[in-house]
Design a protein around this ligand. Structure first.
Ligand code: GUE
Length: 286
């Protein structure tokens, strides 16, 4: 079977670094504070939120939750974002996406103060990811993919990477970040012809489509590294990734590696979120 790329050691290393930094902030009179904005009760949002609360508690980071009913409306959401922007005690904000259909997501993303945009949802942050210039944080999940590769000593320079999914939350930014590391990146999506073959040709595969267990044996070959970013709920109500894990792990074999769901990228995403909160707080103090 394949090497299991677990989040745990990566999370532990990030925690080790962040504990000291959080203490230094507190000594300077600042409690790093994260705002979470959630609209509705989507299972993947709740999963992220649970992990974030746990992680924040372990680090002494404060979390303020702003929870709106699914039908609260755009005005109520914009009020919450304005409140977050105006509160100097809040250093970063995570607003879960996608928002329910009735909302204008772009206006909500643009309303957030770029200095507090720790999940890279606004244009300024994305411009930084795409150009390397300016200020801003990368989307946490994209950054988590790179943290995972680094922690396990997987170098993508010169390798073929297939990113499956083209969302602004993960597919596109992670493609840019891998390109920055000199990978040869192919971004695949629902309209890609010969999708299975394209994925199978890659050395590293990033699955980011949100399609539960949709990628099985025909997509993989011996020796591949598979980063499964999907957080889905299967027919039995259990969390699962975009990969059909058993089939993928068997196909990549002894020389391959794969991140499980849960216990893979998701937990690292949450730790990266905490790192961004601390970094943002540090900018206001030091
Ligand atoms: N603006 C935005 N950025 C996101 O990155 C984003 C989002 N919206 N909306 C929701 C999805 C989902 N998501 C998860 C992240 C971590 C876990 C996580 O830590 N999961 C644990 C399991 C926790 C449990 O057991 O429930 C794990 O995978 O080990 C889950 C889900 C990020 N998303």
């Amino acid at each position: 079977m394949a090497l299991e790329l677990l989040g745990k050691p990566v999370i532990a290393a990030l925690k080790e670094d962040l504990i000291g930094r959080t203490e230094a902030l507190k000594a300077a009179g600042v409690v790093p504070t994260l705002a979470i904005v959630r609209v509705g009760e989507r299972e993947d949002d709740l999963s992220y939120e649970r992990t974030a609360l746990k992680r924040a508690e372990g680090l002494g980071i404060e979390v303020r939750r702003f929870v709106l009913a699914e039908d609260a409306g755009q005005d109520a959401l914009m009020d919450v974002i304005a409140q977050v922007d105006d509160d100097a005690g809040i250093h970063g904000c995570l607003m879960f996406r996608p928002l329910p259909r009735a909302y204008d997501e772009e206006s909500a993303c643009e309303a957030l103060d770029p200095a507090k945009d720790i999940d890279g949802i606004g244009r300024a942050a994305l411009a930084r990811v795409f150009t390397g210039r300016g200020e801003g944080f990368a989307p946490c999940t994209a950054a988590a993919c790179l943290e995972m590769l680094d922690a396990y000593g997987i170098d993508v320079a010169g390798k073929r990477v297939a990113v499956v999914g083209r969302s602004l939350v993960i597919g596109r930014p992670v493609a840019m970040m891998l390109l920055e590391r000199n990978a040869t990146v192919t971004v695949c999506h629902s309209r890609t012809q010969n999708l299975e073959e394209t994925i199978r040709e890659a050395d590293v595969v990033v699955l980011a489509t949100g399609r539960a267990k949709a990628y099985g044996a025909p997509c993989f070959r011996e020796g591949q590294v598979v980063l499964d970013v999907g957080i889905n709920v299967d027919a039995e109500g259990a969390l699962c990734g975009d990969a059909d894990y058993e089939a993928a792990a068997a196909a990549v074999g002894e020389t391959g590696a794969i991140t499980p769901v849960p216990r893979g990228i998701g937990g690292v995403t949450t730790s990266v979120l905490m790192k961004h909160v601390v970094e943002s707080a540090e900018k206001t103090v030091f």
